[in-house]
Unconditional design. Structure first.
Length: 97
């Protein structure tokens, strides 16, 4: 049951959900079409195999660095390292920890 003082929440309609999904899929299709058209429109000599290898190594290395940094961020946040580095005291916090 709803509480008398509680704010009312609007229920999501099925039509609104369908419209959102269709709009997002349309954006995905348009972005993919633009990316493929831009990629194929570039003229020039073909990339050698060494170029593909270097690009693959660069992408993999960038992803590894990103995953490692994000995992360190979550680790330090979960284990309280961020709180110890804060200049304010814990007594100033009004919320429970």
């Amino acid at each position: 049951m709803d509480h008398p003082g509680a704010p009312t929440r609007k229920k999501t309609t099925m039509l609104g959900t369908i419209a959102l999904v269709v709009a997002l899929l349309g954006l995905l299709v348009a972005a993919s079409w633009f990316a493929i058209r831009s990629w194929t429109a570039v003229e020039g000599p073909p990339m050698p195999e060494v170029g593909y290898a270097a690009m693959t190594i660069g992408v993999v290395f960038s992803l590894l660095i990103g995953v490692a940094l994000m995992s360190l961020l979550f680790y330090s946040s979960r284990h309280g390292y961020d709180e110890r580095a804060a200049p304010r005291n814990r007594e100033d916090d009004s919320g429970p920890h």
